[in-house]
Design a protein around this ligand. Structure first.
Ligand code: PLP
Length: 220
């Protein structure tokens, strides 16, 4: 088995400079994260707030933590002091809560809105019309401590690369059209271990790669 360091180096080689690699360390121990950290990596993604908080407390403070999974409103307060980017925001209510918690820490929290592009029932996310409604709403306009940096999406879990490619292309076109009216838009987060190459070809600027770096996850 190749090491985390080797995996990281091999993947980094295939990623252009303008694409950010988020190393998804969920379920993995701190030693694994430290191995990637010692190899020079600084951006890590977790999908559970509690786990991210514990890792943040135990690990070097120059790590940039991204929350990539679905977010429950009542968990925002635990990470508001340090989280660098929240990828999976899918409601105005959650944005209001993030804004409120960000204010308490006198900071601006960067967020991405999650768009549903997959056909599967289980994936969270907004329709493009819901995204527009949020961005155009009075409530949103009055939030001063959040910055919407762009969009995030997950493709259907399938072997059929044409389906994946199509879904990522749709998300890219949404991103491009919203960018025209939203000057903060700069991040398009799409692509995981199995499909980040396709995502980058479709215009991704941020890929979230877990198992290809850290190995398979054991859920128990
Ligand atoms: C787990 C997870 C990833 C990484 O998945 P891999 O297939 O292990 O690369 C990316 N994005 C989200 C939202 C995830 O939950």
């Amino acid at each position: 088995m190749s090491s985390i360091k080797e995996n990281l180096e091999n993947i980094t080689k295939t990623i252009p400079e303008n694409v950010t690699l988020v190393a998804v360390s969920k379920t993995k121990p701190n030693e694994d994260i430290l191995e990637a950290y010692k190899a020079g990596h600084r951006v890590f993604g977790e999908n559970k707030v509690q786990e991210m908080v514990e890792k943040h407390e135990a690990l070097p403070k120059d790590i940039s933590w991204h929350l990539i999974g679905h977010l429950q409103k009542n968990k925002v307060k635990y990470m508001a002091s340090f989280v660098d980017l929240i990828h999976g925001v899918d409601s105005l209510k959650t944005l209001v809560e993030i804004d409120k918690q960000a204010k308490k820490h006198d900071r601006i929290i960067n967020c991405l809105l999650q768009v549903k592009i997959a056909k599967e029932e289980t994936k969270f996310g907004l329709t493009i019309n819901e995204v527009k409604e949020i961005l155009e709403s009075e409530t949103f306009r009055n939030l001063s401590n959040i910055s919407i940096k762009g969009l995030m999406g997950m493709a259907t879990f399938t072997e059929d690369t044409s389906v994946i490619k199509e879904e990522f292309s749709v998300l890219k076109s949404y991103f491009d059209s919203l960018k025209e009216e939203n000057e903060n838009f700069e991040i398009l987060s799409m692509g995981m271990s199995g499909d980040y190459q396709i995502a980058m070809e479709a215009g991704s600027s941020m890929v979230r790669v877990g198992s290809a770096i850290f190995g398979k996850r054991n859920y128990n």
